[in-house]
Design a protein around this ligand. Structure first.
Ligand code: GRG
Length: 293
C-alpha cells in the first residue's frame, strides 16, 4: 500500500475515534460547537499519522497513541483557529470552509482555541492509561515547551514580526522550526518518551520529527504560492500579499526542492542504521517533499 493510502486510512480511523471522544467530552454550548467545528473541517491528520508510525517503532499501544494524537490535534486545531483570526493571518477560509471566527464570531473563536488548548492537557493528564506518572509528567512538560514561548507561540510571533523584512536563511528556518517543526517533533517523539526509550532513541525521534516539520513548512510555502483554492482550501498567494518572509522568497522555487532533498540525504546518511531498520521513515520524509504534486 502506498503512503498516501496509509495516511488516508489512518485519517479515517482517527477521525471516527476522535469524533466519538469529543462528542463524549463536549456539549451543546456554542463554545463546544465551535471547538468541534475547528477540529472537524477536513484536516489531513498528518500529525496523528506520525504518532502512529512512531508508536509502532516504540511499541506503544494503539489506544495510548490515539490519546497522544488526539491531544496534538486539539493543539493543532487551536493554533489554526487563532492563526486565521483578523489580528493574525486574517483568513476567511480554512480547509475550504469558513474559518471558525467567520462561522461563529471572533470572541467564540478565541475561546474555542483556548479551550482546545486546555483539552489537550486534559487528555494527556487524564486519559492515558499508562501508570508511569514520571513519563506522563515529562510528556506534559515537553508539550508545554513545544507550544509555548520557545515553540509554536514564538514561531507565530516571529512569523508576524518578520513580515516585509529581508532575513537570513537561518532566521527563517528558526521561525519554521518553532511554528511548525516543534509540533511534528513532539508528535514523533512523544511515544518514545511515554515508553521510556533511551535518550539517544528519543533524540533521534525528535530530530526526525523536526526535520519532517521543517520540510513540511518549506513545501507548504510553495503550495501556498502555486496552489489553487480547491487544493489548499484557503486563499492562495497570501504569503506574498502579506509580505511573509519565506525560504521560497529567499532562494526561489528551483532551489527549494534541492534544499529539502539535501537535508533528507544528510539526515538519512547520518542515521543509516536506524533507517535500515525502518525504511518506511525514508518514505515519510520523501512524502514531505513529494506532496507538492
Ligand atoms: C498553539 C501555542 C499555540 C499558539 C498559537 C496561531 C499560532 C500560535 C500558531 C500557528 C502556527 C501555524 C499556523 C503554523 C503553520 C503550521 C502549518 C503548516 C499548518 C498546516 O498544517 P496541515 O497542512 O493542516 O497539517 P491540516 O489542515 O491538514 O490539519
Amino acid at each position: 500500500m502506498n503512503l498516501k493510502t496509509l495516511i488516508n486510512n489512518n485519517k479515517k480511523q482517527f477521525d471516527k475515534k476522535f469524533k466519538s471522544l469529543l462528542n463524549k467530552k463536549l456539549d451543546k454550548s456554542i463554545l463546544s460547537k465551535a471547538m468541534y467545528y475547528g477540529c472537524f473541517n477536513g484536516g489531513k491528520r498528518l500529525r496523528p499519522f506520525l504518532v502512529m508510525e512512531s508508536a509502532k517503532i516504540a511499541n506503544l499501544s494503539k489506544s495510548e497513541a490515539f490519546v497522544i494524537a488526539s491531544s496534538i490535534e486539539c493543539i493543532h486545531s487551536y493554533s489554526l483557529i487563532h492563526d486565521d483570526l483578523p489580528s493574525m493571518d486574517n483568513d476567511d477560509f480554512r480547509r475550504g470552509k469558513l474559518s471558525t471566527h467567520k462561522k461563529f464570531n471572533e470572541a467564540t473563536a478565541i475561546l474555542a482555541g483556548d479551550a482546545l488548548h486546555d483539552m489537550a492537557f486534559e487528555l494527556i493528564s487524564g486519559s492515558l492509561i499508562n501508570n508511569n506518572y514520571k513519563s506522563k509528567l515529562r510528556l506534559i512538560n515537553y508539550l508545554s515547551h513545544c507550544i509555548g514561548h520557545k515553540g509554536l507561540a514564538l514561531g507565530q510571533s516571529l512569523d508576524l514580526e518578520f513580515e516585509n523584512k529581508k532575513l537570513s536563511k537561518n532566521k527563517i528556518l528558526n521561525m519554521y522550526s518553532r511554528k511548525t517543526g516543534k509540533l511534528f517533533e513532539y508528535s514523533f517523539s512523544a511515544p518514545f518518551i511515554l515508553k521510556v526509550k533511551s535518550e539517544s532513541d528519543i533524540r533521534f525521534a525528535r530530530e526526525f520529527g523536526m526535520l519532517f516539520g521543517q520540510i513540511f513548512q518549506v513545501i507548504d510555502d510553495l503550495i501556498d504560492e502555486i496552489g489553487t483554492f480547491k487544493k489548499i482550501g484557503k486563499t492562495p498567494g497570501k504569503d506574498v500579499e502579506q509580505g511573509k518572509s519565506t525560504l521560497l522568497g529567499l532562494i526561489g522555487e528551483r532551489q527549494i526542492i534541492s534544499f529539502c532533498k539535501n537535508k533528507v540525504n544528510y539526515f538519512t546518511n547520518k542515521h543509516k542504521k536506524r533507517f535500515y531498520k525502518n525504511p518506511q521513515l525514508i518514505k515519510l520524509l520523501e512524502f514531505g517533499i513529494k506532496r507538492i504534486n
